[in-house]
Design a protein around this ligand. Structure first.
Ligand SMILES: [Zn+2]
Length: 328
């Protein structure tokens, strides 16, 4: 564990069998109240590791807040464990609601995912939701939380953290900004080396890539000296990293444009099949099943962004979505 700033500690929590490798687990230690940020998966080793941090820093559960940046299970897996210990939990209303509706296979979140799968053309891949990583590692019980509202503040001693809306990676991701000390806890919004996954969350959430770009612009213009991300190494130059992320997505958008130009009306699955993936597989059939959801979700987010830009349109035919270039 290292003190990355005065009274702010970082412990790397290993995430077993996960390409993200570690969760950067942060503690803000205060005299009266302290705060921890995110929890890692619901996993015995992770629980032990975090409880050791509690011991070392003398954290009292009843005087500690748990701030959840977003709903993903590598951030929220132990939320109900900490709720039972007496921590007060903060998460945005948007992510909190999704989190609490994804407990059982019959809950809204998984029902919607199954519906979208059909619209996207994934039915012919015969995927089993029970094998979806998000389902396998989901929170097993609902949590009671205090809504983290963007614009509101959480005070810990000399720190005054503003809750910042960082929607994009999830519909309701939030971060914590300390203007005086130029610190931003940004969750998975900006990561070193890896590109945060941007996916389709259903029609009700709209153009997620567009929202992600908005959140990138917001952070680009912020005065930041210490960017505390949730995975991998800490980034020195947030503006440079944001430019790289823009470049990545613009390249992806071009791939999608070119596919539609070449193939005409296409399902989301067809577009995903024709994009380039850093996965060692010969073709789509050889593609690891669990990765197909991610690939199709990413393709869909990019398609929806082009639709929001009015470059392409979509129609439903026999229960499938077909995207196509708008006639000029
Ligand atoms: Zn995440």
């Amino acid at each position: 564990m290292i003190e990355v700033y005065k009274n702010i500690y970082l412990e790397e929590i290993p995430l077993p069998n996960n390409p993200l490798k570690y969760l950067n687990f942060y503690v803000i230690k205060g005299k009266e109240k302290s705060m921890i940020i995110d929890t890692g998966f619901n996993h015995e080793d992770i629980k032990e590791k975090i409880m050791k941090v509690f011991e070392k820093l003398n954290l009292e559960p009843k005087k500690t807040m748990l701030f959840l940046t977003h709903l993903h299970s590598d951030h929220t897996g132990l939320a109900s464990y900490f709720e039972n210990l007496g921590l007060s939990i903060f998460i945005s209303k948007v992510d909190g609601e999704i989190l609490n509706s994804s407990k059982d296979i019959s809950d809204t979140f998984w029902k919607n995912l199954a519906k979208n799968e059909i619209l996207q053309g994934l039915q012919e891949d015969n995927l089993d939701i029970k094998k979806h990583p998000g389902f396998k590692y989901r929170a097993k019980s609902k949590i009671k939380y205090i809504p983290a509202v963007p614009g509101e503040y959480i005070k810990i001693d000399n720190y005054n953290f503003e809750i910042i809306d960082l929607k994009g990676h999830t519909p309701g991701m939030v971060g914590l900004y300390e203007a005086e000390h130029k610190i931003l806890f940004c969750g998975d919004h900006i990561l070193g080396k890896i590109t945060p996954n941007i996916t389709y969350w259903g029609a009700q959430h709209g153009d997620m890539l567009g929202k992600y770009f908005e959140s990138l612009d917001l952070v680009y213009n912020m005065d930041i000296e210490h960017l505390f991300s949730s995975h991998r190494f800490l980034i020195d130059d947030h503006k440079k990293r944001i430019q790289e992320l823009y470049k990545h997505h613009n390249h992806r958008l071009d791939e999608v444009r070119n596919t539609l130009k070449k193939l005409g009306k296409s399902t989301v699955r067809t577009v995903a099949k024709n994009m380039h993936w850093d996965i060692k597989s010969k073709n789509w059939d050889d593609f690891p099943k669990s990765q197909k959801w991610f690939a199709v979700g990413e393709a869909h987010a990019h398609l929806e962004h082009l639709r929001a830009l009015k470059e392409i349109d979509v129609e439903e035919q026999n229960g499938l979505l077909y995207y196509y270039n708008m006639p000029k």
